[in-house]
Design a binder for this molecule. Structure first.
Ligand code: PLP
Length: 428
């Protein structure tokens, strides 16, 4: 079926469904198998040569995961998707499919802390240089590109700042220089709030742990290939030249527009190994069926909570991208449906100690480091995610002792407001 003709809400349910007449099953089956029996030795050889499609071993592919990948690709309008075991492994596989020792990537300064650590420390240890642009302005990316640049990388909404880069402008810089543009679209909720392919992205990565799963029940990540990159422009011999790991196979010639995502699968999963479990892929499929309903509710709740907090006498600052005073406001209006996400940051008046008392007094909102869950989550960066930072680094990261990050869940937001109200009694 051609899913591109269907709307997002329909695709999130129907894409990837198994319409097999043998069973008539409405749900996608979970295949808890590590390996698959080969019909013959010739068939097995064809599979291993990548000259026939089919299942070899669940580290490479699994029917439940294939259904999930099909649904993700349909939601984004990509030529293919790859399910992996976490958002971090999606980024690792996406980047290392392109860059080797001596190459570089140019990245935004507004990144999730885990991504920053991967780029700043681990990739550097592997010999991949990570050039952090001084700002997220397109010209700052352009200035850092060299002939060894293999990708530009941004988050469509930065975690935790919620700044939204000029996707179209950076996409243009990438295209003009023949470099792929990778967008971490975790906040964009599988394309429902933001679809970076509409703005010049070539590759999307997404932490499926968040809004795709939507219930905080599994870890996962996806890579999506837009099929819109010219890999034969001379910069990517690993994709458009003979591949050592596959007897000289040229991915570009063999797989055309899907060359990159095939390479991610066969290099990334075969060699690095971060495959998802079939059961987790099933949970992702289930989560996706209600994604638009959940996200819409959560964004409205975030707006309502932000308004309540803005008026509260014990709050010194509310940073919500849906408010005109937020630095990401204009770009969020352009790139994000509803002009916002379900996440906001708030600074309380008073001391570190009273903020800790507030967090510990919450009864409904969960004190965790998580976003996109069905429960509302409150994170206190100074005592958790940013605990190891010095006072100077905390300041540079904009993390004050009374800062809280809030990700709205599926509750009735009025109950969350009442929960906050009772907890405010503990703030000086
Ligand atoms: C924007 C972003 N990218 C990537 C990740 C990493 O995803 P995971 O925790 O699934 O490895 C996160 C996690 O919070 C994130 O917020």
């Amino acid at each position: 079926m051609d899913f591109s003709k269907l709307r997002f809400e329909t695709r999130q349910i129907h894409a990837g469904l198994d319409h097999s007449p043998e069973t008539g099953a409405r749900g996608v089956a979970i295949y808890p198998t590590a390996a698959y029996r080969f019909k013959s030795c010739d068939y097995a050889a064809d599979l291993f040569n990548l000259s026939a499609p089919g299942n070899i071993y669940t580290r490479l592919q699994n029917p439940t995961t294939s259904a999930y990948e099909e649904r993700i690709a349909a939601l984004y309008g990509g030529v293919g998707a790859l399910g992996v075991s976490s958002g971090m492994s999606a980024i690792l596989v996406a980047v290392t499919a392109l860059a080797s020792e001596g190459d570089n990537i140019v990245v935004s300064p507004y990144l999730y802390g885990g991504t920053y650590n991967l780029f700043r420390h681990t990739l550097r240890r592997l010999g991949i240089e990570v050039r952090i642009a001084p700002t997220d302005a397109p010209a700052d990316f352009a200035a850092l590109i060299s002939d060894r640049t293999k990708a530009l990388f941004v988050e469509s909404m930065g975690n935790p700042t919620c700044v939204v880069p000029d996707l179209e402008g950076i996409g243009r810089v990438a295209r003009d220089n023949g470099v792929p543009f990778i967008v971490d679209n975790t906040f964009g909720a599988a394309g429902y709030l933001c679809n970076p392919f509409e703005w010049g992205a070539n590759i999307v990565v997404d932490s499926a742990t968040k809004w795709i799963n939507g219930h905080g029940t599994a870890m996962g990540g996806v890579i999506v290939d837009g099929g819109n990159m010219d890999w034969a422009n001379g910069r990517f011999p690993a994709i458009a030249g003979p591949s050592e790991g596959y007897h000289g196979l040229n991915f570009h010639e063999a797989f055309g527009r899907a060359a990159y995502i095939v390479k991610c699968r066969v290099d990334g999963l075969r060699d690095l190994g971060p495959c998802p479990s079939p059961f987790d892929s099933y949970l992702m499929l289930l989560g996706l069926e209600t994604l638009s309903l959940r996200v819409r509710h959560e964004v409205e709740s975030a707006r309502r909570l932000a308004q309540y907090l803005r008026e509260h006498p014990k709050v010194s600052k509310v940073s919500f991208v849906g408010f005109p005073d937020h630095p990401g406001y204009e770009n969020a209006k352009k790139y994000y449906r509803f002009g916002a996400s379900a996440v906001l940051n708030v600074e309380l008046k008073g001391s570190l100690e009273s903020t800790v008392r507030f967090v510990e007094a919450l009864r409904l909102a969960a004190h965790m480091t998580m976003i996109g869950d069905s429960v509302t989550v409150v994170t206190h960066p100074a005592s958790t995610t940013h605990r190891q930072l010095s006072e100077a680094d905390l300041k540079a990261a904009g993390v004050t002792p009374t800062l809280l990050r809030i990700s709205l869940g599926l509750e009735d937001v009025e109950d969350i407001i009442e929960d906050f109200n009772q907890a405010f009694a503990y703030v000086d």
